[in-house]
Design a protein around this ligand. Structure first.
Ligand SMILES: [Zn+2]
Length: 333
């Protein structure tokens, strides 16, 4: 996929697709092609205090089973959302009353269309705003991308972009399954003995990021503020920031106990040590960019040589790494 398309797609919602969706959130409509049946997608991991992690085909899902309600974090894609519900049903038949979105990317909100008929969907103000404006963004930016994809002879991209434009032309704003309850900085959900805190963080992955903390269970869902063992994607076109990532992670670390269990947006469940490694990656990228700038090197010179061997095994080191470094270069003094 061309870089320009990657950027244009990054800010949009309702992602589809398989592997590329991990770091390239893309809009509806959801293509039918997927390698695995919905039933094969999932892996359920009980954590602590009736909180579960559910791995699937998009951003990791977390959920809490309370005495009278289930609270879910993120909804992956529309086509596998019924599978998410089935996984929750394998644990509890209590009503799924709340869905919290960590941010607006399609691999985290695509299943909202399924959940909205029975759950109250909650997110930070900017998540709703970015979801509702997505048709205009597509109509404004995609025609140019379509030309480029046609020129490059990339049939898959052409089909995808054409489908997205067709969707943007016909979709009505009230058909978009945006959160119906929004907040600016913090919100608490009280379910039985558990208090679930939703904290909006400084702009990092996007400008609508939230983390969700299950206080009694002491489990934290970080959304895409945390890519565990992967190079993070910084969605600059949606208000994201590399320096903001560092600030946001620091703020979260300061608020949680040392023995917290952490569900990352992507990658395996981990602990504070795992999160601190991701924080160190951000610090190292910012340091490398600052050193290059101080030495008078241009962005192009920096990007042509930048290398952080300690992270070579991270997924996305080949593709996302340079984009993250470029964003860092733009931000450091
Ligand atoms: Zn994301």
């Amino acid at each position: 996929m061309p870089k320009t398309l990657f950027r244009a797609l990054a800010s949009l919602l309702l992602a589809a697709g398989t592997a590329r969706a991990l770091h390239e959130p893309i809009p509806t409509p959801t293509p039918d092609h997927h390698e695995r049946k919905p039933d094969d997608v999932f892996r359920l991991q009980p954590l602590r205090g009736d909180v579960y992690a559910l791995y699937g085909r998009g951003g990791n899902v977390g959920f809490f089973v309370g005495p009278d309600a289930v609270v879910v974090v993120d909804s992956e894609f529309k086509d596998i959302a019924p599978g998410i519900v089935a996984q929750i049903r394998s644990v509890s038949d209590r009503p799924i009353k709340y869905l919290v979105n960590t941010h607006h990317h399609g691999d985290h909100v695509g299943g909202n269309e399924v959940f909205r008929s029975f759950a109250v969907i909650i997110a930070q103000d900017n998540v709703r705003k970015r979801m509702l404006e997505s048709p205009q963004v597509i109509l404004r930016t995609y025609p140019k991308e379509l030309e480029e994809a046609k020129k490059a002879g990339n049939a898959e991209d052409v089909k995808f972009i054409e489908d997205a434009i067709a969707w943007a032309k016909k979709v009505k704003v009230d058909e978009i399954a945006a959160p119906m309850v929004t907040f600016d900085s913090e919100l608490r959900i009280h379910v039985g003995p558990e208090t679930i805190e939703v904290w909006h963080t400084p702009p990092a992955h996007t400008d609508g990021d939230s983390v969700i903390y299950f206080t009694k269970a002491n489990v934290l869902h970080m959304g895409d503020l945390f890519f565990h063992g992967l190079v993070p994607f910084v969605d600059v076109s949606s208000g994201g920031s590399v320096r903001g990532y560092a600030t946001a992670i620091d703020k979260v670390i300061a608020r949680v106990p040392a023995d917290v269990i952490i569900i990352p947006g992507h990658g395996e469940v981990t602990d504070l040590k795992g999160l601190k490694e991701a924080r160190q990656f951000i610090a190292d990228v910012l340091d490398a960019a600052a050193a290059a700038k101080k030495a008078g090197r241009t962005k192009e010179q920096f990007l042509s040589t930048v290398d952080l061997p300690a992270y070579k095994n991270y997924d996305g080191y080949k593709d996302r790494f340079k984009a993250t470094c470029a964003a860092a270069y733009d931000e450091v003094p």
